[in-house]
Design a protein around this ligand. Structure first.
Ligand SMILES: [Mn+2]
Length: 462
């Protein structure tokens, strides 16, 4: 267990929402002090099928807002100032019903994404107007503060935000900071990283939202570097796995000798040109691994990141959804790789021994532990963007985390791809709980049980 004088600092960086891309990052730093921040990136697929869940969410929220506002207005319609406003309120509410119908009809195939988006926007404008009218009628804006959150949610859905940028908040709300403090760490939460919105950001070099992703990466890079420079352990909460382009590069600027334990269902090493989706979260390692560079085209926006990791310094654990280009690179470059097949073959304990020995036979180098929640089986962590069946069990995940803790060499941890908007309520809760348990285990909580410093059982007088 960590000693009491060990200090953990936490920083959470969040969130750029660019019409199509959102960037979120959070950083936790530990050991002897404070820390700084990080982030992560979410890319949206604004295809037709991706729009529907957002539209349904918008419909639900608009329905809720309208019902509640009208009920409130009716409830005090006897008051003088409300009587005048009632005519307006009823007229506004009447406009909303046909707009809801239009949105619903637009969701039927053949679906026209532009029409659907336009109709959702029209609906949201109407509901906004209703909120405005009711607020004015009440002369008491304070009592209607609850509408702000609902309208903000609607706005998020309208922009097509995926929800993975909400991961850090979900983990904080679940008690991340206090749970680490309870383990005897000093934790500093640096809040969310902010990312500028870049309006004109088309797909280029086969990377969606290329400028946004690059700019976010720079910020994450310097945030992580500062935390590690200060001698702390840096936790970066995502957001998606693209945050590691900046995060790992920043880590190496401070600690050039790191090794990487990459626990994930995916290899995330597609060179941009080989990517089938253009989503940066499937590419971060391609920018970082020296031996991959001959297969990368030159992208000047990513000049700031230099290849800083050797293929032999990375160990994959938990892979089960690997693209051909990725498999080819793993074999060609000899990247130590322990997929679910090897875990079934040898067992998690042997796999971990082999993985850690492969990247650092002497056991001396600082570890960057990059944990993608989709490494876990979807039955226990389903609220994630790209789930893959047949993943790590809870026990295997905990064993990995406890083993990393036992090395005493953790230098940075990424926790990515927790998406509190996906799945049902139970799945959302389980996913956040699993992530929280993994983080706690990485920071010293052990299933054997914990003995608080100084604890003893007093002898009883006979
Ligand atoms: Mn990943």
């Amino acid at each position: 267990m960590e000693r009491m004088d060990t200090v953990v600092a936490v920083a959470i960086g969040i969130l750029a929402a660019i019409t199509v891309a959102s960037v979120v990052a959070l950083v936790l730093v530990c050991r002897n002090c404070y820390c700084q921040q990080m982030h992560l990136i979410t890319l949206l697929h604004k295809n037709s099928s991706g729009l529907v869940p957002h539209c349904i969410a918008i419909l639900k929220t608009c329905h809720y807002l309208t019902n509640r506002l009208v009920a409130m207005a009716m409830g005090c319609s006897q008051q003088i100032h409300m009587q005048e406003a009632m005519t307006d309120i009823i007229a506004m509410a009447k406009q909303i019903t046909p707009r809801v119908d239009e949105v619903v009809w637009s969701m039927y195939p053949p679906l026209d994404p532009r029409l659907l988006e336009a109709r959702c926007t029209a609906l949201v404008i109407s509901v906004n107007h209703l909120v405005y009218v009711v607020k004015n009628a009440y002369h008491l804006a304070g009592t209607l503060d609850w509408t702000d959150q609902s309208l903000a949610d609607v706005e998020d859905h309208l922009k097509g935000r995926e929800g993975v940028e909400l991961g850090p908040k979900a983990l904080r709300d679940a008690g991340l900071v206090s749970s680490l403090q309870n383990l005897g760490h000093e934790v500093h939460d640096y809040g969310d990283l902010e990312f500028e919105e870049i309006k004109d950001d088309p797909k280029r070099h086969n990377i969606n939202n290329m400028k946004s992703v690059s700019e976010a990466g720079k910020k994450i890079c310097s945030a992580v570097k500062k935390v590690v420079d200060a001698g702390k352990i840096c936790i970066t909460l995502g957001g998606d796995h693209s945050l590691t382009t900046g995060g790992i590069y920043g880590h190496t600027l401070s600690q050039p000798n790191i090794v990487i334990l990459w626990v994930d269902a995916h290899a995330d090493i597609n060179p941009p040109a080989a990517s089938t989706t253009g989503n940066m979260h499937g590419m971060p390692l391609s920018f970082l691994v020296e031996e991959v560079q001959p297969y990368m085209s030159k992208i000047k926006e990513f000049d700031w990141v230099k290849p800083c990791i050797s293929a032999k310094d990375i160990a994959y654990i938990g892979l089960r959804d690997v693209d051909p280009a990725e498999r080819w690179l793993i074999e060609k470059l000899g990247i130590p790789c322990f997929s679910m097949y090897e875990i079934d073959l040898y067992g998690i304990s042997t796999v971990l021994k082999m993985a850690l020995t492969a990247i650092d036979p002497e056991g001396r180098r600082p570890i960057h532990f990059s944990f993608d929640i989709d490494s876990m089986d979807p039955s226990i962590a389903g609220s994630t963007g790209t789930p893959a069946m047949g993943g790590l069990s809870y026990r295997e995940g905990m064993f990995i985390a406890e083993t990393v803790a036992n090395t005493g060499r953790l230098s940075a941890l990424d926790v990515v791809e927790v998406n509190p908007r996906l799945g049902n309520e139970t799945e959302q809760k389980h996913t956040v709980d699993v992530a929280l348990d993994i983080i706690q285990a990485v920071f010293g909580k052990n299933r054997r049980g914990m003995l608080p410093p100084g604890f003893f059982l007093p002898r009883m007088d006979p």
